[in-house]
Design a protein around this ligand. Sequence first.
Ligand code: C2E
Ligand code: MG
Ligand code: MG
Ligand code: MG
Length: 283
Amino acid sequence: RMKEDGKNSYTIFEPSPNSSGIERLTLENSIRKALRLEEFVLYYQPQIDMLTGRIIGTEALVRWNHPTLGLVPPGKFIPIAEETGLIVPLGEWVLRTACIQNQIWKEKGYAPMSVSVNLSSRQFSKQNLVKTITEILLETNIDPQYLELEITESMTMNVEVAIEVLGRLKELGIQICIDDFGTGYSNLYYIKLFSIDRLKIDQSFVRDIMTDSNDADIVATIIAMAHNLGIDVIAEGVETKEQLDFLRSQNCHEVQGFYYHPPLPVEQIEQLLMKEMEIDTKL
Ligand code: C2E
Ligand code: MG
Ligand code: MG
Ligand code: MG
């Protein structure tokens, strides 16, 4: 029964445990089926060196090409995939597909570029991660320096396990990036400990660079810190020329965002790469 103090009253707005359980189960089963039917698709968002305007890499971002719902964004299914553990097979598919695609582009003769893949903690804690990645590297023949794994500060990881796994991944020659930098627990000591190659400044800071002096200061500080530590830095969510100019003034030249390109399907990335190639042959 509802109480007067309001403490329990909000619970009536929550879905009953049963219905949410059923929804969850339905979604879980559809994700499982979608994996089998290969309904997932990767979009790639270019990462640009603003000094040259060239694509230096892409970030692979998964979408669900649902037969009736259309293109479903990752925010709608990644959390459930994480909860249910389905992120492990899905994440492996993403890794393999991204590496195969990057290798195809290389073999087509486009200038070499990296591919970044998002990792969730569920995959990370899995004993198999190093083994899986080793296999994928062998299978796809991708040069490990062109594979970057994106981890976040908010990933719940056992520090000792993380040090070991990240150490072994580094031994394989792949790159490690901290995604959404500044939004989680920034234990700066870990940055050193984990031998991070790149920091990706979270888009929430970039968004308000021009209007919020605190955000501008935070972004400038992250860039300076990365430089001092000898770590690469990239800004995410760059949408305007003003943001770009600010980043340039702070010596952050690697950017990703709608100002240049949104995440794009394979064919459209290829058109961009082809254009770059044409420019090169004209030079
Ligand atoms: P993220 O890794 O931080 O990816 C960046 C997100 O910002 C992408 O959303 C991208 O479309 C969006 N974005 C890029 N540039 C701009 C911009 O200029 N303005 C704005 N407003 N947004 C921009 P998306 O594709 O919906 O992905 C959302 C999140 O889903 C990702 O955030 C990542 O955490 C997760 N995700 C996506 N693919 C995977 C995956 O394969 N595995 C895992 N574990 N997570 C994934
Ligand atoms: Mg990311
Ligand atoms: Mg991010
Ligand atoms: Mg590097």
